[in-house]
Design a protein around this ligand. Structure first.
Ligand SMILES: [Zn+2]
Length: 177
């Protein structure tokens, strides 16, 4: 009996460990179909408990608690290898970015020089006095990352939308799956 108990504790512990490890190295969700976005109204009615249920813990920490994924992680490697396609908010499926505005900033985080749908991405000055400008999803108000201007990047806006790939959902362009 004791053996069985010990075994089940070990199995449970292993399960937690594997889960935690996976979440430390999240992957970017990929969908073949264009997802249907929530409305602002619907998104505003999702409770914190419900967000926790719907999102992985890494996604929840970034999107709802303004967390940051580690640079040069697995998600970033995936991002670099992706071809043409569109990026959606993992929380509410709103279109945010496209591969057309993607560029290599060398920062270790997914970088875009502009949103694909400007009205879907909002910029908010950080209240901590750092002067940093936070980028949020305009539909679900989820934290996506930051935007930096005038860094001298050779792109049309000289902006760097530094985005957590963990909270993006990638839909490859037709013929690029
Ligand atoms: Zn969203």
């Amino acid at each position: 009996m004791k053996k069985v108990f010990t075994l089940s504790v070990v199995v449970a512990a292993l399960g937690v460990l594997v889960y935690a490890q996976e979440d430390k190295n999240p992957v970017m969700p990929v969908s073949k179909e264009i997802p249907k976005a929530m409305s602002k109204e619907e998104a505003s009615q999702v409770s914190d408990t419900e967000w926790k249920k719907r999102l992985s813990s890494a996604q929840y920490t970034i999107l709802r608690k303004s967390g940051t994924e580690r640079s040069n992680g697995k998600v970033y490697k995936e991002f670099k290898e992706q071809g043409g396609g569109t990026y959606f908010c993992v929380g509410c499926d709103t279109e945010l970015f496209s591969s057309k505005e993607k560029f290599d900033s060398g920062s270790g985080w997914p970088s875009f020089y502009d949103p694909s749908q400007s009205e879907n991405v909002k910029s908010v000055m950080e209240s901590d006095g750092s002067g940093r400008v936070e980028v949020r999803c305009a539909t679900c108000d989820g934290h996506l990352g930051h935007v930096f201007s005038g860094e001298g990047h050779n792109n049309p806006t000289d902006k760097r939308y530094c985005i957590n790939g963990t909270v993006l959902k990638f839909v490859p362009a037709k013929g690029e799956e």
